[in-house]
Design a protein around this ligand. Structure first.
Ligand SMILES: [Zn+2]
Length: 527
């Protein structure tokens, strides 16, 4: 099957949903995505089929019908769409084509954004994806219902978690009620006192870990993470969460975390204004004064270290990587008192791999000042853009068109030559066969000769294919890319404050070496 050639039809459909999405769902965006998939996978592009699902309720399937006809006529044997919803109006129609029609007709189907490929090795997994599409609605419905009944319980001050919060046990009489766990409550009190007396979260963690005080997950027998490197180690996150929890002044607090959605088991921290707090529902462990003192200390701490707000807006966010280990860079803002400017905010960056595993000696700090990197990158990018514009205007469009035509001519000549070769080889096979029929050569000799010819034919066919691909690329690739980049580059050069998106469309990645050299990888190339 390795030699099977995929002749691809791309199916583009505009739906009502796309109107809301604007440009990102447009036909031309879909086309761009699918063409680049064809290029990246060296497939042969045969035709495109377009339907407009927006106008009117009875949607015209002219494009789709033509595509199915081309499947039957064997003009195409592979269909690509942006996502599964393009293909059918609903899951039933989708299921018919993907589970029955395409397999029966040997059609390979790919939905690029959904990662679906009916001919991929993990076809069993893929079928699960389809199945789950059918089940989606059903599961989602149940999940919503479950959540709402839990929500009512939480609002009524009933505890509904699997494990009681640290410092408490579920009551034996009523599992929705909490009672104090004396051993844990002692630790809670100690934490609050330590923090109020100036210990940092890290200090508290180190003390508890060194004294081998069981962490909440061990204390509650949660049986998780035994194989984990961090098992038994107190984390600043855990201690911080405990110190901020209104549970300890008797106000039952739930919904501090939430699942991302019904499909995912992963939990994230919920925003504080989404917590469900019912006052006076459980016995208190900490008095109000101590609790409020600790909360105030947290507030002043977070004022001192302003982090995310600034680093989320960095122009080069997400583009900077560590040269040595390939991990991303992390940035943090620090306010500093300077003689010259007074209080200034500086942003420092480090290799994330290093900063997350300082004790394990992986990678090195790669410490940089963000502003220096940004200045340097913008400068370099500007130089590169100017060079690109110069190089592209030197060669006038007439010359360029000639050059492209010459390239295409060369390809076509090569294809003709190879096709002639194939014809000659086929004739030789015929001649050989006649020799065998006439008894001039033995069957063994014939087989050997035949296999040699066939190998040669296949090699030539492969070469023809390569030239066809090249032709396709010349027609579809070069011009689009070039125009696109020239436009973006001009935009960038004309702007004083380029956007992050514009920069990301020109720069692929930025790598920082151990000795603070900056390597920039561009998305466009100087010819
Ligand atoms: Zn690194």
């Amino acid at each position: 099957m390795k030699d099977l050639e995929y002749k691809v039809g791309i199916y583009l459909r505009l739906s009502r949903e796309d109107e809301r999405l604007g440009e990102s769902g447009s036909i031309s965006t879909q086309r761009e995505l699918l063409l680049s998939y064809i290029r990246d996978n060296n497939l042969i592009f045969v035709d495109e089929y377009v339907d407009d699902g927006v106008s009117g309720t009875t949607f015209d399937r002219a494009g789709f019908n033509r595509m199915i006809k081309d499947c039957e006529d064997k003009k195409i044997n592979m269909i690509i769409t942006k996502d599964t919803s393009r293909l059918g109006r609903d899951h039933i129609e989708f299921g018919f084509y993907v589970e029955r029609y395409f397999p029966e007709h040997g059609i390979r189907y790919v939905a690029v954004n959904d990662g679906i490929d009916t001919f991929s090795n993990s076809s069993a997994n893929d079928m699960l994806v389809f199945k789950s599409a059918f089940n989606d609605m059903y599961v989602k419905d149940i999940s919503n219902k479950q959540r709402s009944s839990l929500y009512v319980k939480k609002k009524n001050g009933q505890f509904v978690g699997a494990y009681a919060p640290y410092g408490y046990n579920k009551s034996d009489e009523d599992k929705h009620k909490l009672v104090i766990n004396e051993d844990e409550a002692i630790i809670v009190k100690r934490m609050f006192n330590m923090f109020a007396n100036g210990s940092s979260l890290t200090n508290i963690c180190d003390t508890l870990t060194n004294e081998k005080v069981p962490t909440p997950s061990i204390s509650k027998n949660m049986n998780i993470g035994q194989n984990n490197f961090h098992y038994g180690v107190w984390s600043t996150r855990t201690v911080g969460d405990i110190l901020k929890s209104p549970n300890y002044i008797g106000n039952l607090t739930q919904c501090k975390q939430k699942k991302i959605n019904y499909k995912s088991k992963k939990r994230i921290h919920n925003r504080k204004d989404n917590w469900i707090i019912v006052e006076g529902m459980i016995p208190r462990i900490i008095d109000d004064d101590l609790f409020n003192l600790v909360q105030d200390m947290f507030k002043s701490n977070s004022n001192r270290i302003k982090g995310n707000g600034i680093t989320d807006k960095l122009l080069l966010r997400g583009l900077i990587y560590c040269k040595e280990c390939g991990h991303t860079f992390g940035f943090r803002a620090q306010e500093q008192n300077t003689k010259k400017y007074g209080l200034v905010t500086r942003i420092y960056g480090n290799c994330n791999y290093w900063s997350k595993r300082k004790k394990q000696n992986v990678c090195t700090p790669h410490s940089v000042k963000y502003n220096e990197i940004e200045g340097l990158v913008i400068n370099e990018l500007r130089n590169m853009c100017n060079k690109y514009i110069d190089a592209n205007s030197l060669e006038d469009s007439f010359k360029k068109a000639n050059k492209i035509q010459a390239k295409k001519d060369r390809c076509n000549v090569e294809i003709l030559k190879l096709q002639n070769c194939i014809k000659v080889l086929n004739k030789k096979i015929d001649a050989c066969y006649n020799d065998k029929l006439d008894g001039n050569i033995t069957l063994d000799m014939y087989k050997r000769a035949y296999n040699n010819f066939i190998t040669e034919i296949k090699e030539n066919e492969h070469k023809v294919n390569e030239y066809k691909k090249e032709l396709y690329n010349i027609d579809n690739n070069n011009n689009i890319d070039e125009k696109q980049f020239i436009q973006k580059i001009q935009e960038f050069l004309n702007m004083n404050n380029p956007s992050r998106n514009l920069i990301a469309s020109l720069i692929d990645r930025i790598e920082i070496t151990e000795d603070n050299n900056v390597d920039i990888y561009y998305k466009f190339k100087l010819v």
